[in-house]
Design a binder for this molecule. Structure first.
Ligand SMILES: Nc1nc2c(c(=O)[nH]1)N[C@H]1C(S)=C(S)[C@@H](COP(=O)(O)OP(=O)(O)OC[C@H]3O[C@@H](n4cnc5c(=O)[nH]c(N)nc54)[C@H](O)[C@@H]3O)O[C@H]1N2
Ligand SMILES: Nc1nc2c(c(=O)[nH]1)N[C@H]1C(S)=C(S)[C@@H](COP(=O)(O)OP(=O)(O)OC[C@H]3O[C@@H](n4cnc5c(=O)[nH]c(N)nc54)[C@H](O)[C@@H]3O)O[C@H]1N2
Ligand code: SF4
Ligand SMILES: [Mo]
Length: 716
């Protein structure tokens, strides 16, 4: 057997771990995956998912040919023939209903694919369609919009590696590998956290679950899910009351300090303790220890950003960091200058001014008046955009690396909508629950079959690090890279796709590497330079120093921009955050479902690989053992979990690490509703519990996807 070892990076998740892959050359198959010990960022780290990349690529259910829905079943179709048919149908829809009627939804697998998402986005702007959707608007959209109201700091927030204190709210990087500047980096997260602790980091964790990260906390606050706005307001109040903020920084850069004092005044320690369920001494200590440090930020993950009032929560996060002056100042060294694959831009010690007008500019949804943000429409409105008749109705959908049936909020509406489309083209690697509804399933590549660069995390590296990989496996079967789908359809439509580095005109022959060059045409580190290096590389020449402010720059942060004081009063008027949900009954919905992630799968990806699924079992309802006893439910029994919107069945699992009153459950399991599914194999879809129409965030449209009020009872 001829074998070869190729250096590349893993794209099972966004973290991009450097790996060596042993390949059986004749079979074009993966034999083994190892971390790269000498990699300067990952130092040999991999997780169980990455080590099963070969199983994912060689999975027997892997699609090697495209399929077309005929009646109730899917029949093989030549991929080029599928492109002909798709283009003809889409051309008709465009001519009759205009560009808005054609949409794309890019899921997580489009983010781990440097050519995928940018081409999809460029296709939509080239046909003049604002109907471009991604998973990020049902992820943590509050993070992107908060700086538009508060302002941002040109040189960024303190990184964790230089911090003496950090507060992590609802983020579990050891499992999720999710972490952005200020938080725990997703690269070899456990080892990094251990090193930081050895160096004396004081860690505060706020989470309804005593998470893998919380095990390393000096102060752990077991918050009731959904009460983060109260906790963060109490932190602000405590810091102000004890005069523990950065007076010089605030005097120079902040507007609205007095208004902030007034707005958070009701959030006393007693009130916060009663509302969050956390001892008031512990809240006070956490606030004072955080403010008493010199460097280090407060950061969040999906938990608080999926709970009620998520845009408010992200504003309060920024307000805390600003109040404590936790920003990089002139003269400080910054190792990663905001990503090597982004355009050159100096880092300046100044406030990027708030632009609240951007929140209500440009295209908006016909549903709940949610505006597009950063060139993207809100995915929480897409199902209803498909169902609502009239001008602007969406009739054609391309789904790239996403699984709406199990991942979009409100499963019933989602399924109804996907069934109502004139045409749904899905690019996936196997028959997902969503594929079962799609008109065309385009058999697509997996990561090792594509050249790539890590993009989601380019700005998050704590070193000036990048990694180009060529494809390490050949494409086998009648499969396509995702960018090819857009280029082929555009070509047949006579559409020129406009890219930063030039145009892709109809009929033009391009390779994946050409496409990478067209996307990354204006980067600090030229792609041509990056390609000369095998494996992940640090480019020390990009280490930079924070420059002083531009002369005459006077922009300031806004502590209480429009909408904040009002929303804080709303919070105070609610006895619990669950009150935002229509149909919430405090006597019935006595639990909160909080979302969490599982190590061996990535949302719905990975559960098709038996060895990975076996490690998790399914998405159990993790509950405190005392709650189970009180409900008369035995560990391992079937339970029914019901929200005002819907019910699911699952299996209860006693978990000491979950605070009382909480059902901690992973999403993106289960399948189509009303299809008999083997619970023990496929789990159930928590999205069925989510209501799109009440309790949503009015700016981003994200519905309440964590801290969902639920009732739990034994199921027969
Ligand atoms: N209730 C609830 N709902 C949630 C969340 C929650 O916490 N709770 N979380 C939300 C979040 S944060 C997100 S990001 C979304 C995720 O939403 P989605 O991105 O829609 O869901 P995934 O399960 O990640 O879908 C990935 C799909 O891509 C396919 N795939 C994998 N690799 C490739 C590839 O290389 N090429 C192609 N073409 N396809 C590939 C997989 O088979 C799978 O079908 O879900 C959201 N929904
Ligand atoms: N192994 C693995 N890695 C993944 C994924 C996966 O499915 N598996 N998914 C990927 C995706 S799409 C994303 S967006 C990232 C997310 O990355 P993270 O945000 O780190 O995701 P989680 O690990 O679910 O951590 C969220 C934490 O929030 C807590 N939480 C829930 N509700 C609340 C609340 O109301 N308040 C507070 N304070 N905490 C709350 C949960 O208990 C949980 O510990 O992870 C990515 N990485
Ligand atoms: S953390 Fe993510 S990128 Fe790294 S090995 Fe695991 S799945 Fe792959
Ligand atoms: Mo996500």
């Amino acid at each position: 057997m001829a074998t070869e070892t190729k250096r590349t990076f893993c794209r099972f998740c966004h973290a991009g771990c450097a790996i060596d892959v042993d390949i059986d050359v004749e079979a074009n198959a993966v034999l083994n995956v190892r971390g790269v010990l000498e990699d300067p960022v990952y130092e040999g780290y991999t997780c169980v998912k990455g080590r099963h990349l070969g199983h994912q690529h060689e999975h027997p259910g892997r699609l090697r040919q495209s399929l077309k829905k005929v009646g109730d079943s899917h029949q093989p179709i030549g991929t080029d023939t599928a492109f002909d048919e798709i283009a003809e149908k889409v051309a008709g829809i465009l001519a009759k209903h205009g560009p808005r009627s054609v949409a794309s939804y890019c899921g997580t697998a489009a983010y781990q694919n440097a050519t995928g998402l940018p081409i999809a986005m460029a296709f939509h702007s080239s046909i003049g369609s604002p109907s471009f959707y991604t998973s990020s608007s049902i992820d943590q959209p509050g993070k992107a919009i908060a700086p538009l109201r508060h302002g941002a700091w040109g040189a960024g927030v303190h990184g964790l590696e230089t911090a003496d204190v950090a507060c992590i709210v609802g983020c579990n990087t050891i499992v999720s590998s999710f972490g952005y500047p200020g938080g725990l980096p997703g690269f070899n997260p456990l080892m990094r956290l251990k090193r930081l602790k050895e160096k004396g980091l004081f860690l505060i964790v706020v989470d309804p679950r005593y998470t893998e990260v919380a095990h390393y906390a000096d102060i752990y606050l077991p918050i009731k899910a959904g009460e983060d706005p109260t906790m963060l307001s109490a932190f602000l109040r405590e810091i102000l009351e004890h005069d523990m903020y950065d007076h010089d920084f605030v005097a120079q850069y902040v507007n609205g300090l007095d208004d902030l004092r007034i707005a958070v005044d009701p959030f006393t320690l007693d009130y916060a303790s009663q509302r969050t369920g956390v001892d008031k001494g512990l809240i006070a200590e956490a606030a004072r220890r955080f403010a008493g440090g010199k460097r280090g930020a407060l950061t969040t993950g999906t938990g608080p950003d999926m709970a009620p009032h998520s845009s408010l929560t992200e504003h309060l996060v920024l307000a805390i960091n600003t109040l404590c002056g936790r920003y990089n100042r002139a003269g400080e060294t910054i190792r990663n200058p905001g990503g090597l694959l982004t355009p050159p831009a100096p880092l300046r010690a100044q406030v990027v001014p708030p632009r609240p007008e951007a929140l209500t500019k440009g295209p908006k949804s016909r549903i709940r008046d949610i505006y597009n943000q950063r060139g993207q429409a809100a995915t929480s409105t897409l199902a209803e955009e498909i169902l609502l008749e009239g001008e602007g109705q969406i009739r054609a959908l391309f789904t790239l690396g996403g699984n709406p049936v199990v991942a979009w909020p409100d499963q019933r509406t989602t399924v109804e909508a996907l069934s109502a489309l004139d045409i749904h083209v899905l690019m996936d690697v196997h028959m997902s629950p969503t594929a079962k509804l799609a008109h065309y399933v385009i058999a697509s590549t997996l990561s090792l079959e594509r050249p790539d660069v890590p993009t989601t995390i380019d700005r998050w590296f704590d070193e000036p690090y990048q990694h180009y990989t060529p494809a390490v496996l050949e494409m086998r079967g009648d499969i396509r890279q995702e960018w090819q789908v857009y280029v082929e359809v555009a070509s047949r439509l006579g559409v020129t796709i406009k890219m930063p580095g030039g145009d892709i005109t109809p009929g033009m022959k391009v390779t994946a590497d050409d496409v990478l060059d067209l996307i990354y045409a204006n980067t600090k580190l030229p792609l041509a330079e990056l390609r000369k290096h095998v494996g992940g590389t640090v480019f020390p020449e990009y280490v930079t120093t924070v420059l002083p402010a531009d002369e005459g720059h006077t922009a300031r942060f806004e502590m209480v921009p429009d909408g904040i004081a009002e929303e804080l009063r709303e919070v105070i008027s609610e006895a619990t955050s669950a009150a935002v949900i229509k149909g919430f009954d405090p006597d019935v919905h006595t639990f909160r479902m909080s979302t969490r992630r599982l190590k061996s799968v990535f949302n719905s990806s990975g559960r098709e690989v038996e060895k990975l699924r076996a490690r998790e079992g399914m998405n159990f309802a993790h509950m405190n053992p005392e709650d189970l006893v009180e409900l008369g439910i035995t560990d391992g029994a079937m339970v029914e979990v019901s929200s005002p919107r819907g019910s699911i069945r699952t299996i209860a699992k006693a978990a000491d690490d979950v605070r009382r009153g909480t059902v901690s459950m992973a999403h993106a399991w289960g399948g189509l509703p009303d299809t008999p599914s083997d619970l023990a194999t496929f789990g159930s879809t928590t999205g069925a519990l989510i209501d799109l129409q009440s309790g949503y965030d009015e700016i981003t449209g994200i519905p309440v996807m964590s801290a969902i009020p639920v009732a739990v009872r034994a199921a027969s």
